[in-house]
Design a protein around this ligand. Sequence first.
Ligand SMILES: NC(=O)c1ccc[n+]([C@@H]2O[C@H](COP(=O)([O-])OP(=O)(O)OC[C@H]3O[C@@H](n4cnc5c(N)ncnc54)[C@H](O)[C@@H]3O)[C@@H](O)[C@H]2O)c1
Length: 336
Amino acid sequence: MILHVNTNEAGYDIVLERNALASAGKYFNLDRKVIVITDSGVPAQYALAIKTQCKACEIYTLPQGEQSKSIENYTRVLSFLVKEGLTRTDCIVAVGGGVVGDFAGFVASTYMRGIDFYNVPTTLLSQLDSSIGGKVAIDFDGVKNIVGAFYQPKCVLIDPDTLKTLDKRQIHAGLCEAIKMSATSDKDLFELIENSKDLDKDIDKIIEGGLRIKKDVVEKDPKEKGLRRVLNFGHTIGHGIESRYGLGKYLHGECVGMGMLPMCSSEAKERIKALLTKYSIPLCENVSAEEIMEYVKRDKKTTGDQINIIYVEKIGSFEERRIPVSQMEEYIKRGL
Ligand SMILES: NC(=O)c1ccc[n+]([C@@H]2O[C@H](COP(=O)([O-])OP(=O)(O)OC[C@H]3O[C@@H](n4cnc5c(N)ncnc54)[C@H](O)[C@@H]3O)[C@@H](O)[C@H]2O)c1
């Protein structure tokens, strides 16, 4: 299946296909110098599958983990590209999860004022969410994604077979992003996840459903000026939980999962909660609304004493509300 994402420029294709890695050369122009950026947790066979299809290719492997999205690694990779003599007509291919995609995309966006970038996402989160939309970034001074750009890939190649090596917890955390998108925008997709008896069998359809929602949103709002805020459903409180309790304990997707619960009606909440339980997503225990509020107040969606939230009354639809920050604490106490 190929989905075309329209942008201000030529746009790009997302190819979703089993065993797609073996035919990367069909979709990417690999007839030039190629630098594959991956990380140490991604099975090496995926980067090698790209390398074997290239005329001239080097693989750069980052240590796995969020801490790799650093300014130090950024300058190291730039030095590597200069040493390799990468030119404006050469390209970078990211092979890995959201960390590798965000990092490699940011390198590509700045090296020689921007060179071609291809993305091969290999986690569920990156396949249905982070690889499309053009947001690329590194972390700086302890703040996630604070240095970045909007920079579109030339093509995204999604091979669901790569999920076979990803551990279940990562898959379920990625699934929270699909639950998030479907809860606000696609009740059929939500029901598919609810009724699924075999996630491996249904995963292609779930990825496709998530991609279609995200494509629609990023085409209408490429630079996150309005509609794209819907993708933040669950994120304000999720980031609060992640910052206060998450590091080393919960994965990002798990925090988003918990963060959705206070932001919906009791009917929607029961259905989302049942899904989180079905997929072993931890639910908040002993979480202090007051402590989470400290982080919520610093959230970029807070302006003055008001905050914008995405609220789901009925699965498959959403409304944007602007509420006093003080009211947020009530939502958290009621919802978690
Ligand atoms: N750009 C965006 O729009 C956007 C959206 C959401 C999240 N993000 C970013 O994405 C990042 C999180 O991405 P993630 O959840 O993919 O985490 P990740 O990239 O850290 O990957 C998770 C772990 O899985 C390993 N891995 C990757 N693919 C594998 C495979 N097929 N088999 C076995 N192991 C594999 C990685 O080495 C890593 O240890 C964060 O930095 C976040 O800020 C970006």
